[in-house]
Ligand binder design. Sequence first.
Ligand SMILES: [Zn+2]
Length: 556
Amino acid sequence: MGFRVHFPTHAELSARLREIAERHPKIVSLEVVGRSHQGREIWLVTLTDRSAGAPEDKPALYMDGNIHAEELTAGAAVVHFIEHMTSAFATDADVQSLLRRRTFYLIPMADPDGANVVHTSPHPWCGNGVFTPPLVPERGLYYLDVDNDGYILFMRRPDPDGEWKISGRDTRVMVPREPDERGGTYYRLYPEGRIAQWDGGAVTIPQPQDGNLNRNFPADWDPDEYGGSAAPIIEPEARAIVETILARPNIGAALACHTHSGVLLSPESPSEAPVPFEDRALYDALNQMGERLTSWPAISVLKEFTAPGVRRRHGVFDDWAYNHRGLISYTIELWDPYREAGIPASERKHFHPLTEEQQLKLLLWNDTVLEGDGFVDWKPSDHPELGRVEIGGWKYIQVFRNCPTEEYLRADVERVRRFAVGVAETLPEVHVQSTGARQVAADLFIVEAVVANRGFCPTGVTVVGQKRGEPLRVELALADGMALLMGDEKQTIGPIAGRVERPLPWNPWVRQWTPDAARVEWLVRAPKGGALTVHVHGGRAGRVKTTISLSQSKGA
Ligand SMILES: [Zn+2]
């Protein structure tokens, strides 16, 4: 199995997207929705079959990737979605049907500056190009490739007060010293780096100042958050995402691709209000669907994906998308290296240390599947500040933050594609179920239309979405010589329920159903044989129109 995946640079991605857009003009359009801090294009791909309707007339799903610099695998998932859809469109009836009915808005590289740092340096990197590596603090340890081997790993330094010791089963493995243990050889572990202004006392490690675009969104934003920046959406990359979504009211779902862990994270709606019952039911159903389509567990970001003792996150995209816009919103964490090493999700807790047994399993996986290339064995080094240390450990960005092989990458990006298609299928979709025109006098007609929802989700998608999305509107367009005598030419209807609210057969003891269709009626004076048009503007549920002929009797 070949180790190392080539992830496209921004320049390579730009060329690839232009080529795809040129080759598939019927279904792809490419535009720049913003520029990174250093001026790189933030590309948006719009994917839909334009011969079956304009992009803005269809229910839509938004997906981005690589907003965190080193998560190149997340960007690859979005690129894969574009490549798969465009290449399958010619022959695959499911893809053809999907692109007739849905629009996809896709940003494959949300943080091009940061990706460039990861492509051109060994630095672990989160944010954009406001800062550039190395980030030398006034005082304390900062990341640096001290031994110049191309990787920033770990340093182990003997210290009688240390909390680590070398495993008796594999000298590469560091295990915690027991609470009551004494008399052995112990170590401290530090990230590989230099120490600014060290006075020989404590080795302090300040938080890196590389930024974090996924803390810059206008949802419960906090200036004290790691990487939150000076103000919400002050970073051009986060702003471009917010503006892209606000400008497209047909978007009903937003997926943000990240790494790593192999989980589907639902937002927790933290401070504003607990998740309403209706949305809980929706998320429960989508979580089950997601687990079926990806084999990744769907978990809560706050309850199951936050380190113990750490406060919840602020300024995060998925909270903005769900809490403020009322979109279906998921953070998808691709890539579960632990499962591949034989440590299933049930045997570990996120943000808890791995046991010795689990570390040995990971190293066995490295030695066999990765042919030993994922881990650098500890080597003595003379450190400018600390003196004699050993440097070694996992190639963390290549092995954990990203899929280390093409085979793993192919499997994971397919999981994301299946989930994105699944979520898109659940979106609300208005249609005119029936129409009628009944002649009540020589030139008088009662005209009616029944509007319904084909979707699993209600027309507003969520409870907040009902309020923040565009309402359902019906508009009657009369032909020349016609007059409207009763009924409103433009009226707001709905919301109309989705299938999600009917998980059980009707029963007086459970939650009662809300209307799953809306009937609209007008009295029109018109010559017989004419025709008029009913337009339905469904917001997130799409737009449709239908023509009613005044010669017909009441339709079914
Ligand atoms: Zn991330």
